[in-house]
Design a protein around this ligand. Structure first.
Ligand code: ZN
Length: 243
């Protein structure tokens, strides 16, 4: 991988509430794809890459959305095109204890895009999702018409309760970024000051758990290494928490 890449990133479909928006289940595809996309872009930029947001917010139809996305992608030379989607069709509303999981599509399984796609799927699956693998598709408009190597990521299933429970947009974005770059961004979540999950504190109970955090890693060995360093430094109760 080059130290500084030019990467196009977009969220699939029109925004929720408009024509040609994405799938809806426990999660709303268009909305979550945009949260993940914003975070992926923020992290990639913090890691020193040039990123173009090619998301379409005002397509008149599904075909028009795709046309506008591809035109934005091909407007300049890029090393990689990333399309962020969420899947549907799992129909597991009860929750069977297993995620249906993640998968990615590329135009050519032998090409450069497939290498990125393999890593992205691997890193999303290490965040708890079943790895459905990389699939070749010659007919998807985005894959067929973009000039740079292109990967369409189906992060997880919107209509599987287990997927929805496992899903966290920050972790999803971090896994995609790690899959592309092999690096973790230390300032994850920095672009979104309105994030309810950070702003909200439980009210009424008068008691609130406070945690001290010093690191977050997708690679378990890295977490274990930091724990060991902390213990060696005298923080004997340092533990690894999976959340
Ligand atoms: Zn989609």
């Amino acid at each position: 991988m080059k130290n500084s890449m030019v990467i196009n990133v977009h969220a699939g479909h029109n925004p929720d509430g408009k024509t040609a928006c994405g799938a809806v289940g426990f999660l709303r595809e268009s909305t979550e794809a945009r949260r993940v996309k914003d975070e992926v872009i923020s992290q990639l930029r913090q890691l020193g890459h040039t990123v173009y947001d090619c998301t379409c917010e005002n397509g008149t139809s599904q075909a028009d959305v795709l046309k506008k996305i591809v035109a934005a992608c091909n407007a300049h030379r890029a090393d990689l095109d990333i399309s962020i989607h969420f899947n549907s069709g799992a129909k597991d509303s009860a929750g069977n204890g297993r995620t249906t999981g993640t998968e990615a599509y590329v135009f050519d399984k032998g090409g450069k895009a497939a290498e990125y796609a393999e890593k992205i799927c691997r890193d999303i699956s290490s965040a708890g999702f079943r790895n459905r693998g990389v699939k070749e598709n010659k007919s998807l408009y985005f894959l067929k018409n973009t000039s740079a190597p292109a990967v369409l990521v189906e992060c997880c299933f919107v209509d599987d309760r287990d997927d929805a429970q496992c899903y966290d947009y920050l972790k999803m974005a971090g896994a995609i970024v790690y899959g592309i770059t092999g690096k973790e961004c230390t300032d994850a979540g920095k672009h979104d000051t309105k994030d309810e999950s950070l702003a909200g504190t439980p009210s009424g109970t008068g008691r609130q758990l406070s945690r001290v955090q010093v690191g977050a890693y997708f690679v378990p060995e890295n977490a274990a290494r930091l724990r060991d360093r902390l213990r060696a430094a005298g923080f004997t109760d340092a533990i690894v928490v999976k959340a």
